[in-house]
Design a protein around this ligand. Structure first.
Ligand code: SAM
Ligand code: DTB
Ligand code: SF4
Length: 321
C-alpha cells in the first residue's frame, strides 16, 4: 500500500503533542512499551573509506583522527559478540568502512563472522556498503538476519552530502537485499542541514519501500571534527522525536531504532522518544567510531522506565507486502 507525500507532509506538520500521542497509540497497537531491543555495533573494518559522505569520520579524505584498521580476525569479533550477548544484546551489527563488497577473502571472512554470530543465537546484521544480488544471497546462506544500508536523507539533498555515489545506487542494493530474503535495516540521519521538505521526502521514500524496512535506524548527526559537517549545530531533540514519531506511524511494525546521537540527549528526551515509538537502542560506549552511553547508564535509564530488554528473536517477523 503506498503512502502519499501529502499524508507524510500532514503528519510531519502535526502539533508536537498530537503527533506523539498518535505515534504512541500506533506503538501500543503493534508493540509492547517494555519491548526495547538492545543491539551492539562493532566496526570490523575501520577507516580509510574511499567515499566522501560529509558526515562520516571514516572517509579517508577527511582528517578525523580515526585510525585505519584492516578487517578484524573472526575470533576477536566472536569474542566481542559473546561479550555483547552477556551484556543483554540480542542483535550484533558489524560495520565495514567499504564503498562496496568485493568477492575476495575479506568477504569470505565476513561470511564466517556471520555464521559464528548466528551460532551464538543472536540476530546478526552487517553494513558493508553496496552489495550485488549474488553477495546478498551468500550473506543469506551464511545466516544473516538483516542488512543495514541507509538512504540517509532525501534524494534531492543526497547530492549535497555524498558525491561518490548516487541515491539510485543505494536503492539497487536495497533491492538486492530484499530479493535475497534478508530483512532490511534502512534509515537515515537528521541534523545535516536538510530542510523540512527533505525530511518529509526521506520518510516518504522509506515508507514506500516494498515491503517497508523491518528495522529503521534514526540517527542524529554526530558532528565529527575534520568532516565537512563538523560545525553543524546540534539537532533539536524535539525534531529527533518528531522523526521517530513519523517513522512509527508510517511503518507501524518496524523496529524504530534510536541510534546515533544519544550522548547529546537527556534521559527525558530519550524517554519521550520511546513513548513516540522508538523500540531499540545501541548499547556500549562506542557506536562504530564515536561515543555512546555506557551499559550502566543505559541500564539505569531502562530501570527507571520500567523496561526489561527484549529476548532474542522476538523481533523476527515478516512484514507482508
Ligand atoms: N560503509 C557502509 C555504508 O556507508 O553503507 C556502512 C557503514 S556507515 C558508517 C553506516 C551508517 O552510519 C551511515 O549510513 C550513516 O547513516 C551512519 N553514520 C555515519 N557517520 C555518522 C555520524 N557522524 N552521525 C550519524 N550517523 C552516522
Ligand atoms: C545506523 O544507522 N547507525 C549505526 C548503524 N546504522 C551502523 C551507525 C552509527 C554510526 C555513527 C558514527 C560512528 O560511530 O562512526
Ligand atoms: Fe564510507 Fe560508509 Fe563512511 Fe560513507 S558512511 S564514508 S561509505 S564508511
Amino acid at each position: 500500500m503506498s503512502v502519499s507525500l501529502e499524508y507524510v507532509n500532514e503528519l510531519y506538520k502535526l502539533p508536537f503533542l498530537q503527533l506523539v500521542a498518535q505515534a504512541s497509540a500506533v506503538h501500543r497497537a503493534h508493540h509492547n512499551y517494555e519491548d526495547i531491543q538492545l543491539c551492539t555495533l562493532l566496526s570490523v573494518k575501520t577507516g580509510g573509506c574511499p567515499e566522501d559522505c560529509a558526515y562520516c569520520p571514516q572517509a579517508a579524505r577527511y582528517h578525523t583522527g580515526v585510525e585505519v584498521q584492516k578487517l578484524m580476525d573472526v575470533d576477536a569479533v566472536l569474542g566481542a559478540a559473546r561479550e555483547a550477548k552477556g551484556n543483554g544484546s540480542t542483535r550484533f551489527c558489524m560495520g565495514a568502512a567499504w564503498r562496496e563488497v568485493r568477492d575476495n577473502s575479506d568477504f569470505d571472512r565476513v561470511l564466517e563472522m556471520v555464521r559464528g554470530v548466528r551460532e551464538l543465537g543472536m540476530e546478526v546484521c552487517t553494513t558493508l556498503g553496496m552489495i550485488t544480488a549474488s553477495q546478498a544471497k551468500k550473506l543469506k546462506e551464511a545466516g544473516l538476519t538483516a542488512y543495514n544500508h541507509n538512504l540517509d536523507t532525501s534524494e534531492s539533498f543526497y547530492g549535497q552530502i555524498i558525491h561518490t555515489r548516487e541515491y539510485r545506487d543505494r536503492l539497487i542494493t536495497l533491492d538486492n537485499v530484499q530479493a535475497a530474503g534478508i530483512s532490511l535495516c534502512c534509515g537515515g540521519i537528521v541534523g545535516m542541514g536538510e530542510s523540512d521538505d527533505d525530511r518529509i521526502a526521506f520518510l516518504h521514500t522509506l515508507a514506500n519501500l516494498d515491503p517497508y524496512p523491518e528495522s529503521v535506524p534514526i540517527n542524529a548527526l554526530v558532528p565529527v571534527k575534520g568532516t565537512p559537517l563538523a560545525e553543524q549545530p546540534l539537532l533539536d531533540p524535539f525534531m529527533f522525536v518528531r522523526m521517530i514519531a513519523c517513522a512509527r506511524i508510517l511503518m507501524p511494525r518496524a523496529r524504530v531504532r534510536l541510534s546515533a546521537g544519544r550522548l547529546a540527549l537527556s534521559e527525558e528526551a530519550q524517554a519521550l522518544a520511546f513513548l513516540a515509538g522508538a523500540n531499540s537502542i545501541f548499547t556500549g560506549e562506542k557506536l562504530l567510531t564515536t561515543g555512546n552511553p555506557g551499559f550502566d547508564e543505559d541500564h539505569n535509564l531502562l530501570k527507571k522506565l520500567g523496561v526489561k530488554p527484549t529476548v532474542p528473536y522476538s523481533s523476527e517477523f515478516q512484514i507482508s507486502a
